[in-house]
Design a protein around this ligand. Structure first.
Ligand code: PLP
Length: 364
């Protein structure tokens, strides 16, 4: 069968390998496998969420409240904005797709850093738009600005702050100066999937969504419950923008796009900020161990503002073969070979998982 031409250039997104697959392919016992590949919260989620979801389970027969009133009010409260500034998605992933389908098409282009979140490109390709990337792997505002000025067709720009899969983060003041030079017809997506981490580590990286959307009508801020809140499996994220933009994006949302249980989980998760703060604090104390470990073993890392760290190898070692060796011992990490980088991205685990990582790494 012939499918739409845009599908010809589309690769299927390769998600982090699930534990089940490692059991099947390598015969490693499920209990010996640790997954440090998808930036999930290794501490799980707030116990209040588990309790609430259990209680909500009997309502599975009911569609969720499609207005998502309580969750939007919770987010509006947290960020001191109006619920009219909020859209909810099945992961912030889905909102990336809304943003692209709202602005990008085969007659225009989108712009991003060379090595950033893969879904920007994948959803971009679905629209048939042209994908432009900077020469540098990490976010370089001068390159982004120059390319923007040279290409009149750019309709969407992505800024991943901090960036996945490399972990670096621009300073907010530099982001503001950049945004001031962007035309109001160009949508800028500021992806804050790891903002809970970045703002904890360094105040200069903190983005206040309220201030952001008040200053810039053309900016959409994204947040998610998948990382610091520990709800990756629940698929819930949010977008924050001015009312007119959010109304436009709602036209692309199908009804009931998150589940009754996800909605409940997110509402309750928002109320347990202490859980988030503890997770984030432990993340950075554990990350120090990786920094020390890499220094001691003579290789390099990128300073990270997230819940993962990217290790860089020189030509004497191959990240792909290291990832493969780790996998055979039951440790799943993310190889960045496909991005043209001889690097591994490792999600920071619990203290026990990290102990095991270091023990096994020494043996390979
Ligand atoms: C994880 C992630 C997201 C969104 O994840 P969802 O689970 O779809 O909410 C968005 N952007 C980046 C950069 C991420 O790493």
């Amino acid at each position: 069968m012939q499918y739409n031409e845009v599908l010809d250039n589309l690769k299927i997104y390769e998600a982090g390998k699930p534990i089940e697959l490692v059991v099947r392919e390598y015969g490693v016992d499920a209990k010996d496998i640790i997954k440090l590949a998808s930036n999930e919260n290794p501490r799980g989620c707030s116990p209040l969420v588990i309790e609430a979801v259990k209680n909500e389970a009997s309502k599975m027969n009911l569609y969720p409240d499609d207005s998502m009133y309580e969750l939007k009010e919770g987010l509006a409260d947290k960020f001191d904005i109006s619920s009219k500034n909020v859209i909810i998605g099945a992961g912030s992933d889905q909102i990336i797709s809304f943003a692209l389908h709202a602005k990008a098409n085969q007659n225009n282009a989108i712009l991003m850093a060379r090595t950033t979140f893969a879904m920007y490109e994948i959803y971009g390709r679905q629209t048939g738009t042209k994908i432009l990337k900077t020469p540098s792997h990490t976010h370089n505002l001068e390159e982004l600005l120059q390319m923007y000025k040279e290409n009149k067709d750019i309709r969407v720009i992505f800024l991943c702050l901090p960036n996945n899969p490399l972990g670096e983060c621009l300073d907010t003041k530099d982001v503001y100066s950049f945004l001031e030079q962007i035309d109001k017809e160009t949508l800028v997506v500021v992806d804050g999937a790891y903002q809970e981490y970045a703002s904890y580590k360094d105040e200069a990286k903190k983005i206040d969504p309220k201030e952001l959307i008040e200053k810039f009508d053309n900016v959409l801020y994204l947040g998610t419950f998948s990382k610091a809140y520990g709800l990756g499996g629940m698929r819930c994220g949010y977008g924050i923008g001015n009312e007119e933009m959010i109304t436009a994006l709602h036209k692309l949302r199908s009804p009931f796009n998150i589940t009754t249980l996800s909605l409940k989980a997110a509402i309750v998760a928002l109320k347990d900020q202490e859980f988030v703060q503890k997770s984030v604090a432990e993340n950075f104390s554990q990350m120090k161990r990786y920094e020390t470990f890499t220094a001691e073993n003579g290789f390099d890392f990128i300073e990270s503002y997230t819940n993962f760290i990217t290790l860089k190898y020189d030509a004497s070692q191959s990240s792909s073969s290291i990832a493969q060796k780790l996998l055979k011992k039951g440790i799943i990490v993310r190889d960045l070979g496909a991005y043209g980088m001889n690097s591994l991205r490792i999600t920071i685990g619990t203290p026990e998982q990290n102990d095991r990582f270091f023990d096994i790494y020494k043996t390979i």
